[in-house]
Design a protein around this ligand. Structure first.
Ligand code: SF4
Ligand code: SF4
Length: 168
């Protein structure tokens, strides 16, 4: 991905790999882990207080969140509470061929579990087909729903959302 967040609105892989919220490749393939894609020093520190396992460190309200990858349990609690919709969960070992990607979703209609959907990258561009595995709605999530889709493993760090026929 070229341009980066200042040009395209979506972070480039270089920006992500250089940011403290991005898990190492070793951690990614080991167990489910949060991927924090927050690369701009905006005044926000919600994630630092929401993680129940102290796996996100935010040293000041304008510093980038740091993922303490050895403490992350992959619970996904942080996903719906990030106002920037910048936290994802990757289960690289979901199956032999597929990774499970969980992401915040704020469009309607919601996808149906089992449906085949268009899986998109950080800029909303189609990447591959995904299968909806979970749609998690909770009262305390406010208007954010967490959607989990299975995609081929090779797209685990590329797919970050879906595009539905109705525009969602
Ligand atoms: S997935 Fe769970 S343990 Fe990991 S950073 Fe998010 S809230 Fe913390
Ligand atoms: S809650 Fe989201 S936007 Fe705020 S610091 Fe954490 S990752 Fe960045």
């Amino acid at each position: 991905m070229r341009g980066g967040v200042a040009v395209s609105g979506a972070p480039s892989m270089e920006e992500l790999e250089g940011s403290p919220g991005f898990p190492s490749k070793e951690r990614l393939v080991k167990e489910t882990v949060a991927v924090i894609e927050c690369v701009q020093e905006i005044p926000c520190d919600v994630c630092g207080s929401i993680c129940p396992h102290n796996a996100i460190e935010v040293t000041s309200v304008k510093s980038l969140p740091r993922l303490v990858e050895e403490e992350c349990t992959g619970c996904g609690v942080c996903i719906p509470f990030c106002p920037g919709l910048a936290i994802f969960l990757v289960d690289y070992n979901y199956s032999g061929e597929e990774a499970l990607i969980s992401f915040p979703h704020e469009f309607h209609p919601l996808p149906e579990v089992g449906a085949s959907v268009e899986a998109t990258d950080r800029r909303g561009r189609s990447v591959t087909k995904g299968r909806v595995v979970r749609v998690t709605e909770r009262e305390n999530y406010d208007c954010t729903v967490v959607v989990s889709i299975a995609v081929p493993k090779k797209f685990a760090q590329l797919v970050r959302g879906i595009k539905l026929p109705g525009g969602g």
